[in-house]
Design a protein around this ligand. Structure first.
Ligand code: ZN
Length: 74
């Protein structure tokens, strides 16, 4: 089972808090740009699994969505 790769812009696991905005990630591989993407249960490295996108060509996986500060998007 692959470990969950984080996009370069997201250095740590975002926490869901009031006033923050959940952004759905595009189903496009951040590593190779492929659209050949599936969803699967992926090991986050914390002893947990979560549903994530997984790239068929390169095996890269990333979260379905991240949480961002709403104010930063205005
Ligand atoms: Zn890929």
């Amino acid at each position: 089972m692959p470990t969950l790769a984080r996009p370069a812009a997201v250095s740590q696991r975002p926490a869901a808090r009031p006033g923050h905005w959940v952004i759905a990630h595009e189903p496009v591989c951040p590593e190779c740009g492929s659209f050949d993407v599936t969803t699967d249960e992926v090991d986050t490295g914390d002893g947990l699994t979560e549903t994530a996108y997984m790239c068929t060509p390169c095996g890269c996986a990333w979260p379905l969505a991240c949480v961002s500060d709403w104010e930063a998007n205005r």
